[in-house]
Design a protein around this ligand. Structure first.
Ligand code: ADP
Ligand code: ASP
Ligand code: MG
Length: 412
């Protein structure tokens, strides 16, 4: 008898009718003779609604309290799904992150999972019940409630699958798999039958929210096979698996797009050791994650440094950087939150040259100016003006022959 972990996202449990539909699907899997753990997100929009409430009460909400508030979203979903399954005549038992004992560190709102005990879940399974687990939440050694970062229910599912040595982790969402680009931006995007952990990790980190990046990293580290599929139909989705030789034949597997970053430029900074350390040290101390960094060639002993931060941290970052700029006698700090990052991703880039040049050429043909570039072995990212973001995604999708029906050979 195999053990399956299924995760249903916010849209899939968006209202009571949808929860009943998920219950029917869960029961069907159970009836096929599998042991089943189901992880659920908060109902669509609920996490944002809860954050909005907190923002109405406080301008700088304490993150411990934010986690106490946010964890309620998933708690409602598990209770409702459990009831809906029981209504169908099956045994179900719900568990919060703390009841499972998903132990995390103390980094509220972005906690890391340290261990998963799952004894009570095992017990429920042995008794023939379907275990329903709240996504996105954990508990510290001191019994404080934590959350795992936005999109964190994916991570809960992968961690449960790993802890229970499940045969498969199925992520049910509102699209029927991982596409060559966000299908809501590029209608011609094609569903991938398989994608490697590394490519999926890049796609997710670069903005494809179909899977949370941390969940993909965890799955890769613990060898958890993932199947991303639709909760609205039965079609085969996308398998996230170890890379194999076949995958290298495709140079670019997908295009990712992120509108949630802002750019900060510090003009005319003294070009001497220690300056960058001081600047980025203070930003890091405020727990702000810096993504791309570009430093210009030095002229007259000074240089310009640009970098990107999450949009949510932009005001705080501007404040910190302006303070440091004054201390280090930089000329000016300029901010820009109307940027987008477009990226091409593919393991085939390791063995093919000229890929970046093709990307730059395609953007220049549309007169899209590139403000920043960053590359790794399997990706190239460009920061551009936000208003050209979607155009750039479509153009690159076309140039690299990713559309529905395009042949692999054409993409070589
Ligand atoms: P859930 O609530 O089920 O976790 P999310 O909204 O987090 O769902 O993720 C699904 C969304 O991810 C899709 O609706 C789609 O717009 C977006 N997405 C972005 N890039 C991709 C991609 N390459 N393939 C599929 N979906 C993508
Ligand atoms: N409810 C959380 C969020 O909206 C976690 C999740 O949906 O995965 O980010
Ligand atoms: Mg999600």
């Amino acid at each position: 008898m195999s053990l399956i972990v299924q995760k249903y996202g916010g849209t899939s449990v968006g209202d009571v009718e949808r929860i009943k539909r998920v219950a029917r699907r869960v029961v069907q899997t159970k009836a096929e003779g599998h042991r089943l753990v189901v992880v659920v997100s908060a109902m669509a929009g609920e996490t944002d609604r809860l954050l909005g409430l907190a923002a109405q009460v406080s301008d700088a909400p304490d993150e411990r309290e934010i986690d106490v508030i946010l964890a309620t979203g998933e708690q409602i979903s598990i209770g409702l799904l459990s009831l809906a399954i029981q209504q169908q005549g099956y045994k179900a038992r719900s568990f919060t992150g703390s009841q499972v004992r998903i132990q995390t560190d103390t980094a509220h709102t972005r906690a890391k999972i340290l261990s998963v005990e799952a004894d009570r879940v095992q017990q429920a399974l042995q008794e023939g019940a379907i275990a329903i687990v709240a996504g996105f939440q954990g508990v510290t050694a001191e019994d404080e409630v934590t959350t795992l970062g936005r999109g964190g229910s994916d991570l809960t599912a992968v961690a449960m699958a790993s802890a229970l040595k499940a045969d498969l982790c199925e992520i049910f969402t509102d699209v029927d798999g991982v596409y060559t680009a966000d299908p809501n931006v590029v209608p011609e995007a094609r569903k991938l039958a398989r994608i490697s952990y590394d490519e999926m990790l890049e796609m997710a980190s670069l903005g494809a929210k179909v899977l949370q990046a941390r969940a993909v990293e965890y799955a890769k580290n613990y060898g958890v096979p993932i199947h991303v599929r639709s909760s609205f139909n039965m079609s085969q989705g996308t398998l996230v698996v170890q890379e194999d030789a076949e995958m290298e034949k495709v140079v670019v597997s997908g295009i990712a797009y992120n509108k949630n970053e802002a750019k900060i430029t510090v003009l005319r900074v003294a070009d001497r050791p220690g300056i960058a350390a001081r600047l980025f040290g203070q930003v890091a101390e405020a727990n702000i994650v810096v993504d791309m960094i570009v430093q210009n060639i030095s002229q007259d002993g000074t240089t310009d440094i640009s970098f990107t931060v999450p949009k949510a941290d932009y005001p705080k970052a501007m404040q910190i950087v302006s303070g440091v700029a004054e201390e280090i006698a930089a000329q000016q700090v300029v901010g820009d939150d109307k940027i987008a990052k477009v990226s091409i991703v593919g393991v085939g880039m390791r063995t093919h040259s000229g890929v970046a040049a093709r990307m730059f050429e395609a953007l220049s043909r549309q007169k899209i100016n590139i403000m920043m570039i960053s590359t790794s072995e399997i990706k190239v990212s460009c920061v551009i003006d936000a208003k050209y973001g979607e155009l750039a995604v479509r153009v690159l999708h076309d140039v690299f022959g990713l559309a529905e029906g395009a042949m692999v050979e054409e993409r070589l």
